[in-house]
Design a protein around this ligand. Structure first.
Ligand SMILES: [Zn+2]
Ligand SMILES: [Zn+2]
Length: 268
C-alpha cells in the first residue's frame, strides 16, 4: 500500500484519480502521462471504474483488466524516471459484492478508491441505478426510480456509503458527499439542512475510524463551484488530521490539475 501521507506532505504535484480509455475517460493513458509530466507532476495514479456485475457502460470489463495492467507496466518503463505511475482502480459499491470479490482482491493494484455511484431502485431493490451522472439524467431517474423523493435518495446514498466503509476492500474513500451536487440542483438548499450535515459528519467519522485516506475531489469546482466533500467540511477534515488526497478525477488530460490548487490552498 502506498504511503499517501509521505507523498502529499512532500509535493502538491500528484493526482490519484484518473479515467482513461479503459472506462469513460476521453484519452489514452499515455496522453495523461505526458500531460502530467508537462505540468510538473511527480505522481500519477490511474483509476478506471472497475468491473461490476451489473450493466454499466462506464465500467471496464474483467476481460480488459490485463490490458490495463500491461499498459501501466509499459508506461512505468517508458516514463518511470520522471514520474511515478500507480495502478489503481475506482471500485464500486453495489450491495457489497464487488470490492471484496476474490477476482478484485487478487489484482496486483497499488491502491483502490471506494465510491458509490449506484443506489437501489425504490421499487426493485435488486436493480441498481446510476445516480452519479449528469443532472438532466438524474432528474429523469428521480421520477422513474425514486418517486421524486430526494431526501430518501440522499439517505440511501449515505446508507450505501456507510456499508461500503464497513465492508472495506479499498484504501481511499472517494468523493464522499457527491450526491450533494445533483441533490441540490434538484432541490436547492437541501444540502444545507442539518440532517444532511449529520449524514456527512457520520460518514466522515466512520472514514476516520476505519483509517481510510479521504479524497477531496475537485472535478466539479470549475463548473459548479463545488468540491466533494463540500468546502464547508474542510475544517472538519483539518481538525482530525485526515490523510487527504486532492484529486481532480480527470477524464481529459488537460484537466489533471483542475481545481486542485484552489482546494489545496483552502486546506492549508
Ligand atoms: Zn467516482
Ligand atoms: Zn472517478
Amino acid at each position: 500500500m502506498i504511503n499517501f501521507k509521505d507523498i502529499t506532505e512532500s509535493t502538491s504535484f500528484y493526482n490519484f484519480h484518473t479515467h482513461t480509455q479503459f472506462c469513460d475517460g476521453h484519452a489514452p493513458m499515455e496522453e495523461f502521462v505526458t500531460e502530467a509530466i508537462a505540468m510538473g507532476f511527480r505522481h500519477l495514479g490511474f483509476t478506471p471504474h472497475g468491473p461490476i456485475s451489473i450493466e454499466s457502460p462506464c465500467n471496464m470489463t474483467r476481460d480488459n483488466v490485463n490490458a490495463y495492467l500491461s499498459e501501466i507496466n509499459r508506461l512505468q518503463e517508458a516514463y518511470g524516471s520522471v514520474i511515478t505511475i500507480y495502478a489503481g482502480m475506482e471500485v464500486d459499491y453495489v450491495g457489497g459484492v464487488e470490492q471484496n470479490d476474490p477476482f478484485m482482491m487478487q489484482l496486483p493494484l497499488d491502491y483502490r478508491i471506494g465510491s458509490v455511484h449506484f443506489i437501489p431502485s425504490f421499487d426493485d431493490p435488486q436493480e441498481y441505478v446510476d445516480i452519479d451522472g449528469r443532472f438532466e439524467r438524474f432528474k429523469v431517474k428521480m421520477s422513474t426510480y425514486f418517486h421524486g423523493d430526494i431526501e430518501a435518495v440522499i439517505r440511501s446514498y449515505f446508507s450505501q456509503y456507510m456499508d461500503m466503509l464497513d465492508k472495506g476492500g479499498f484504501d481511499v474513500a472517494g468523493h464522499f458527499d457527491k450526491i450533494g451536487l445533483n441533490a441540490s440542483l434538484y432541490s436547492e438548499g437541501i444540502d444545507d439542512c442539518e440532517w444532511y450535515d449529520q449524514l456527512v459528519e457520520r460518514a466522515f467519522a466512520s472514514i476516520m475510524d476505519h483509517g481510510y485516506a479521504v479524497e477531496v475531489n475537485t472535478k466539479s469546482w470549475h463548473n459548479y463551484n463545488r468540491f466533494f466533500p463540500h468546502l464547508k467540511y474542510f475544517d472538519m477534515l483539518k481538525k482530525y488530521h485526515a490523510t487527504i488526497l486532492v484529486n481532480s478525477d480527470a477524464h481529459y488530460p488537460s484537466l489533471i490539475n483542475s481545481g486542485r490548487e484552489e482546494a489545496l490552498q483552502l486546506l492549508t
